[in-house]
Ligand binder design. Structure first.
Ligand code: SF4
Ligand code: SF4
Length: 336
């Protein structure tokens, strides 16, 4: 009997949603179990890290890696799993582009520690203790992984074979990658398991390419069923890969961009800003006055959170530009 394939799965800095999505394939999991053994999946089975470390290189046929790289432990396991796996898949928006956790790049580690451990009213901490990589207790030294200053995507740390975007990826795309793997008919390295066309292409809403004079938030208007952008609601569909089945749109919510940028788009947020700029117009299509421009800009609440919700670490600017004094071996450690 032919030897079964071996599958691994791992979560780094993630919410766990991607692991649940792997289970959402329902009865398809039986085909997977027929064809492959799951040899490493810390969230679902009893494995020790030493089990992984003791595997020979390329022991695992394919590993689904979800979550971003936030700490030294995340980076360490990305590198170990790269060595132990013939194929490494960036699974979910966090692994593919940095994801929602990548919005932490709007603050330095020092600022984050202050917000979470010192200034947080629900965490009394008069001694102002923040996590340390080493703490001495008598003769013992306890260690913790180091939290980095920046979140990175998986491909910013190790070589990645395939990308399955989505927050989390849809069942259809997961089945697609599993079928390709089980049948041995894998596409070329670097393939993104999503569509090469934007979400607008599969969107069921009617698009009339209207000029808009005002930006609205979802709760401010009575939805008329047309394209959200035509109604003045920011929808990331034009700059986001299709392949999700337009699930958010079908639930009457605009796209927030979790399938990431199209192949020819370097920076999803910048592309969306450009798309918005091209449809904004004053009444009668005259030039916008300064006042009108200001009003439009003020209506876009949390620009980075909207335009870079899943892609800040892999965007051109990557995060907040730090002050010159930060990240140079300050209070909480060196720059990353
Ligand atoms: S991509 Fe979304 S579902 Fe997956 S780990 Fe990141 S935040 Fe969670
Ligand atoms: S902008 Fe949004 S609502 Fe409009 S067609 Fe594209 S995905 Fe659909």
């Amino acid at each position: 009997m032919a030897e079964k394939l071996k599958i691994g799965a791992y979560w780094a800095a993630s919410c766990g949603g991607c692991d649940v999505a792997l289970l959402d394939i329902n009865e398809k999991i039986l085909d997977v179990v027929d064809a492959a053994d799951i040899v490493f999946w810390p969230i679902a089975m009893d494995v020790k890290y030493s089990d992984l470390i003791n595997m020979h290189d390329d022991y695992i046929d394919i590993t689904f890696f979800n979550g971003g790289i936030r700490s030294s432990e995340n980076e360490r396991f990305a590198k170990i799993l790269r060595k132990k796996s013939k194929l490494l898949v960036a699974f979910g928006s966090c692994a593919c582009n940095g994801g929602i956790i990548g919005l932490a790049n709007l603050a330095s580690r020092k600022e984050l520690f202050e917000i979470i451990y010192i200034d947080n009213e629900t965490t009394p901490n008069p001694a102002k203790v923040v996590p340390q990589t080493k703490s001495a207790f008598g003769d013992e030294t306890l260690t913790l992984p180091e939290i980095y200053d920046r979140v990175r995507s998986l491909a910013q740390v190790v070589d990645v074979d395939y990308f399955v975007p989505g927050c989390p990826p849809s069942t259809e795309r997961i089945e697609e990658v599993l079928n390709a793997f089980i049948s041995g008919k894998l596409p070329s390295k670097g393939t993104v398991f999503a569509f090469e066309k934007s979400l607008c292409d599969e969107c069921p809403r009617e698009k009339k390419d209207k000029k808009i004079t005002k930006i609205h938030r979802v709760h401010e208007i009575i939805d008329n069923g047309e394209c959200f952008l035509d109604q003045g609601i920011i929808c990331m569909g034009p700059v986001t890969r299709g392949g999700c089945g337009a699930e958010c749109i079908k639930a009457n919510m605009p796209c927030t961009g979790c399938y990431g940028p199209l192949s020819d788009v370097k920076d999803q947020g910048a592309a969306m800003l450009s798309a918005i700029a091209s449809v904004i117009s004053a009444e009668g299509e005259r030039q916008l006055s300064e006042e009108e421009e200001k009003e439009i800009m003020e209506a876009i609440k949390d620009c980075i959170g909207i335009f870079y919700k899943y892609s800040l670490p892999s965007s051109i600017f990557g995060g907040k530009v730090k002050s010159l004094t930060e990240g140079k071996g300050g209070k909480h450690g060196e720059k990353r």
